[in-house]
Write a protein that binds this ligand. Structure first.
Ligand code: UDP
Length: 465
């Protein structure tokens, strides 16, 4: 059988790149060839030396259509999405056509025989199929959030969405199958709420619903999740897709080669700082790669963290807060002492969460961060920001029991109380660790995710035979 070569194309954001690179690492570990598509902007930011260590991995790039200095945080996502669709399709088609022929410049790289594209890039799936290449969709968000998006048309039909301004957000939502007993209005993606200023729904909601439905056209839908976390959501999604694979948490599959994922330079100094602290004495705070917080929110977090009394390590990306916030923080550090607070632009998060000194994780509940916290058995305090984070944090607080959900509230007293509880509650720690053991069983030999990954490899090989 000819060697299999998969083209992997994520949405060009850190969270999407991370899980699809871990997926690529799994394919490489199984002996496949991978072409991984970045945008030109992101390719300039990754560690190419590390990537070169995998001879069967080839990094490729496409323009994203934006100037290099155009901001790419959460407020600018719509620009990026629009520009990718308007300017990315032509170069993508050309790139794909070029890798369908055996490339003499890349001796040993067979022609691409299969595409795995982000489910939020439906054009990448359609164009691949048009060119005769079988395409699979990969969602980097939780399965429960995808099920919520798939349920939106029905929720609209019965009047549960859009959620009116001023409605009781604690009321249960009945129309998402399997979640009738615990999913509240406030746990749906924020785009399901009517916007106060315009009294309409953000058009992004319809786009995300359409993209979720579009995955049914792909040969299969892959999730970075596990049956023991999201078995019910997966079972409800499966009949709506051609096939579904739950193969996560991919970052924890040890056989995979380590690939360079970070778009920011990691501050390794924080690991030595953690070494200087006793077991479970530090709060790790990170709101991911996109969230931007206001001065007021920043002040509430800072006061709550200081009030809780534990040392903390806080990731504040340069584009996340203004200079004035950094000044306030520096004053607080000067007052409290350097071993009580450490602030970094970007941390080696998976290593941090694995460190014995970390006692809890204050997170925005992005899906990667949630999985990384789950695998390490660290209790979470969730302050969801947008998209799937609202529903992920509900699962943490009400279904898995490995943390607390601070949704829709950003008050110093609440931050302080929840951080204390997460650091001190034996019950919470116990359920976080029990969950971690369960998920580790899923990714061990013979576990559900490992078995699904093997089934996926056979599926891809059959498609390309
Ligand atoms: N991350 C990191 N260092 C940091 C903060 C985040 O390596 O200082 C990684 C984190 O481990 C995760 C990803 O960035 O894999 C963020 O993805 P997630 O889905 O949690 O959130 P998003 O950034 O998409 O909102």
């Amino acid at each position: 059988m000819a060697p299999v070569h998969v083209l992997v194309f994520p949405w060009p954001l850190q969270g999407h790149i991370n899980s699809m690179l871990h997926f690529a690492a799994g394919l490489l570990g199984a002996g496949l060839h991978v072409s991984f598509v970045h945008t030109e902007h992101n390719l300039r930011r990754v560690d190419l030396v590390k990537a070169a260590a995998s001879p069967r991995l080839r990094l490729m790039s496409l323009p994203d259509g934006l100037p290099d200095d155009h901001p790419r945080s959460v407020d600018d996502l719509k620009d990026l999405a629009k520009s990718l669709i308007t300017t990315g399709t032509v170069p993508y088609r050309a790139l794909l056509a070029s890798v369908l022929a055996a490339d003499t410049a890349d001796a040993g790289f067979p022609p691409v025989s299969c595409v795995v594209a982000d489910g939020l890039l439906p054009f990448a799936i359609d164009i691949a199929e048009e060119l005769g290449v079988p395409a699979l969709a990969f969602r980097t968000a939780s399965a429960c959030s995808v099920l919520a998006y798939l349920s939106v048309p029905k929720l609209m039909e019965v009047g549960e969405v859009p959620i009116p301004v001023g409605a009781d957000l604690d009321e249960l939502v009945r129309g998402v199958p399997g979640m009738e007993d615990f999913l509240r209005r406030r746990d749906l993606p924020g785009t399901c709420r009517l916007r106060a200023e315009t009294n309409d729904v953000d058009p992004l909601l319809h786009i995300l619903v359409n993209y979720s439905v579009h995955s049914s056209k792909a040969r299969a839908l892959i999730f970075n999740t596990t049956v023991s976390l999201e078995g019910s959501a997966l079972a409800h999604i499966a009949p709506r897709m051609r096939d579904v694979f739950a193969i996560g948490p991919l970052h924890a599959i040890s056989a995979a080669p380590a690939l360079p994922t970070s778009l920011w330079r990691e501050d390794d100094g924080c690991m030595a700082w953690l070494d200087g602290h006793i077991d479970r004495s530090v709060v790790y705070v990170s709101l991911g790669s996109l969230a931007v917080i206001s001065l007021e929110q920043f002040t509430e977090f800072l006061s709550g963290l200081v009030g809780a009394g534990y040392a903390f390590l806080w990731v504040l990306r340069p584009d996340m807060v203004g200079e004035s916030q950094r000044g306030v923080l520096q004053d607080a550090i000067d007052a409290a002492g350097n071993d009580k607070m450490r602030v970094v632009d970007w941390a080696p998060q998976r290593d941090v969460l694995r460190h014995r000194a970390v006692g809890c994780f204050l997170t925005h509940a992005g899906w990667n961060s949630t999985l990384e916290g789950v695998v390490e058995g660290v209790p979470l305090v969730c302050w969801p920001f947008f998209a799937d984070q609202q529903i992920n944090s509900r699962f943490v607080g009400a279904v898995w029991g490995n943390g607390l959900d601070m949704k829709d509230v950003c008050k110093r007293a609440v931050v302080e109380a929840m951080v204390r509880e997460a650091m001190e509650s034996g019950e919470l720690r116990m359920s976080a660790q029990t969950l971690a053991q369960q998920v580790r069983r899923d990714i061990a030999d013979g576990g559900s995710s490992t078995t699904e990954f093997e089934r996926l490899l056979c599926f891809i090989k059959e498609l390309t035979a």
